[in-house]
Ligand binder design. Structure first.
Ligand code: G
Ligand code: G
Ligand code: MN
Length: 644
């Protein structure tokens, strides 16, 4: 006779009730793993219940009917087997079993579980696993250890599975499942040697808790702030659908003036607006899952063949009307939201969830930049563009690692002397397959990914090396212009680092002119200090691309710029007779002690006219494109030797 201990099973019962209550209240993304997980909780609940029930019946001896003992014991053991199977299915759903369908090892994984459950269910007739002896009570049969064998089988299967498809799992997932299966084995051993403790349902519950904390925690998928699923769940759902060869369509919404909106309203209003938008989308379509991808971007995901263009149109339509909601202070707020809506028709041509998220972000960003507030279809071209960008990103990373970025030099002509007296350093990225990749492609990318810091460093190093190696000063080159991107200026130690490089190469700081754009000037406070340190050390500053941004002239004149580079569009619009701004800009800057470079000088007529207007310097294809070191040196020698 056993002396049953009900404590552990009782605790397991309570914990599973709590888990069930809270897990079921949560919003769950449509991933199969969640179904397995909630199945697991139900089974553990039943397991704890039947464990207690059967032991009580056994305790009651002759007072409890025999069938109650048999049924509760058989159900208990079957639930244990069910838990093993669900845990295996859960592991499998994490690593997407589809790709290992071909392995015979995993083809018949249901069979052992089904067979053993059959064994338990028929046990009252066969007595193979256990039987209830009129004298001895609960007694082990010849196949009593079968549950332990089954435990070993499924833990081995899971281990093998994670080893084979570990690439599709995160480190967290692998670690969690390894721990879980180790705990399961311990549980089987405890049941084998101390059955009277009724511990196995609690030990199985520990597994659920471990999984809950690490993998099923709703906060991993659901953002309490936005009341929507987050981008992690977005990429994961897509990833799983792709593995299952399902088609995906997405409606994406981007609030165009989101940053401004955030600045003009308090955070409560922003939150309410997001909620309001999600609610409206829910009214328009039956979308179980709205994902908030951050920065005012929403995605509504559909899995299946059906087209949802109609809904996309309705979604866009909704943005023509104002959004009216009540603020926390009871005030009624009414705002118009400028939205870009993009729609991806049912597609399987997606490489990964992450890629689709990037496509959506860049499409919405492009639409915002080009001020398109209509509905756009995300077509093959957008996908290809993203693939190209991902490729460039990889090439850029590699080039930075191997220090393979090339720097070319575009000559700058001086009116006073009629010579080439400076050059702009422009980076070039070369790839064996793609050829030369343009900086307008990889510079913005480097800015987003953060590699611009290293890139800027490398360009400065190369330029300094060139100045020194070629003796540019002796050749009559007075300075080299080096572009400084806004992202670089956020580095507090920028000035120190740059001066280190200049010094290391033994270059006179006066030989370096840093070009910053107007958008950089906007981040004034950060920048001012850096500029001061560099300027004190002798480094010059030029304002780049003037005329295409939103300048605050007071701010500009407060900085120690010695040069202004008029953007080529300003220069071209003058020569296309669209306006006379060029003349006025020249006068204004020169009057305030700044010299002016005209960019985009492409013809002799332009060159002569600019000289006539008194423009200090010129840069453009009329003189030369950017050239590799040696070609640049030859060009300068030729040009300065015999006037053009
Ligand atoms: O001439 P080109 O197509 O190379 O230049 C395109 C743009 O890329 C220009 O606006 C130029 O300012 C930018 N650019 C080129 N090289 C660099 C660089 O090394 N750093 C930064 N920040 N911008 C660069
Ligand atoms: O840093 P900034 O944006 O000013 O870089 C100069 C850019 O202008 C580079 O992309 C360079 O290739 C380009 N560029 C320089 N001269 C000319 C020109 O005469 N015509 C055109 N179309 N582009 C030019
Ligand atoms: Mn420039």
């Amino acid at each position: 006779m056993f002396n049953w201990n009900y404590d552990f099973a009782g605790v397991a019962l309570c914990i599973n009730c709590i888990l069930l209550f809270f897990y079921k209240r949560n919003h769950v993304v449509p991933l199969r793993q969640h179904n397995y997980f909630s199945g697991l909780i139900y089974m553990e609940l039943l397991m704890a219940l039947t464990d207690i029930l059967s032991s009580m019946a056994l305790d009651a001896g002759g007072k409890a009917p025999l069938f109650v003992k048999y049924i509760s014991l058989s159900v208990f053991f079957s639930m244990y087997v069910g838990c093993l199977l669900l845990l295996f299915l859960y592991t499998k759903s994490l690593c997407d079993y589809h790709s290992v369908r071909d392995y015979p090892l995993f083809s018949f994984f249901y069979l052992p579980a089904v067979a053993v459950i059959g064994l338990y269910m028929t046990d009252p007739l066969t007595g193979l696993v256990y039987f209830i002896d009129p004298v001895m009570g609960y007694t082990a049969g010849p196949l009593y250890e079968v549950f332990a064998a089954l435990t070993l089988y499924y833990s081995f299967l899971s281990l093998a599975l994670t080893a084979i498809v570990h690439k599709r799992m995160t480190k967290d997932q692998i670690l969690t499942m390894h721990i879980v299966w180790a705990v399961v084995i311990v549980g089987a051993l405890v049941r084998l040697f101390m059955p009277e403790q009724l511990m196995v349902s609690l030990i199985m519950t520990l597994c659920t808790i471990i999984i809950f904390i690490n993998l099923e925690n709703p906060d991993l998928y659901w953002n309490r702030m936005t009341g929507m699923f987050n981008d992690l769940s977005f990429t994961e759902v897509i990833q799983k659908s792709l593995y299952a060869n399902k088609r995906i369509s997405v409606i994406c919404i981007g609030i165009k003036n989101y940053d401004e909106f955030k600045m003009s309203y308090d955070s409560v209003a922003v939150r309410l607006l997001r909620k309001e938008i999600a609610k409206a989308m829910n009214d328009i379509m039956d979308c179980q899952s709205i994902y908030y991808l951050g920065h005012g971007r929403f995605a509504i995901l559909f899995i299946g063949e059906e087209d949802h263009l109609g809904e996309a149109e309705m979604a866009y339509d909704r943005f023509r009307r104002p959004w009216i909601f009540e603020s926390d202070r009871g005030r009624t707020i009414s705002v118009y939201i400028n939205a870009s809506v993009a729609y991806l028709p049912p597609s399987t041509n997606i490489a990964s969830g992450g890629q689709l998220r990037d496509v959506i972000a860049s499409k919405l960003m492009d639409m915002a930049r080009q001020d398109i507030s209509g509905l756009k279809i995300i077509d093959e071209k957008a996908m290809e563009k993203q693939i190209y960008i991902s490729r460039v990103e990889a090439i850029l990373d590699k080039a930075l690692e191997l220090d393979n970025i090339e720097v070319w030099y575009q000559p700058i002509y001086d009116r006073k002397t009629g010579r080439i007296i400076a050059a702009e350093a422009l980076s070039r990225l070369h790839d064996d397959q793609l050829g030369y990749i343009r900086p307008d492609v990889f510079i913005p990318l480097a800015e987003i990914t953060g590699s611009i810091t290293l890139l800027g460093r490398r360009v400065l190093e190369k330029a300094c090396d060139f100045i020194r190696r070629q003796g540019l000063e002796e050749m009559g080159i007075e300075y080299i212009e080096v572009n400084l991107s806004p992202a670089q200026c956020r580095d507090e130690n920028l000035a120190v680092k740059m001066l280190e490089i200049i010094e290391f190469h033994g270059v006179d700081p006066g030989m370096i002119n840093l070009e910053v754009t107007e958008s950089t000037v906007e981040d004034m406070n950060q920048l001012k200090q850096q500029i001061r340190i560099l300027h004190d050390a002798g480094v010059g500053f030029s304002l780049d691309d003037y005329g295409v941004g939103y300048s605050n002239l007071v701010k500009i004149f407060a900085l120690p710029f010695s040069l202004v580079k008029l953007d080529k569009t300003v220069v071209w619009s003058y020569f296309n007779n669209e306006n006379q701004i060029l003349e006025d800009l020249l006068a204004m800057f020169q009057k305030n002690g700044l010299q002016v470079v005209a960019e985009g000088v492409e013809t002799e007529i332009m060159a002569e006219k600019l000289n006539e207007l008194g423009c200090d310097f010129q840069q453009g294809f009329w003189y030369s494109e950017a050239l590799p070191d040696k070609d640049f040196v030859r060009y300068v020698r030729d040009f300065n030797g015999n006037e053009k």
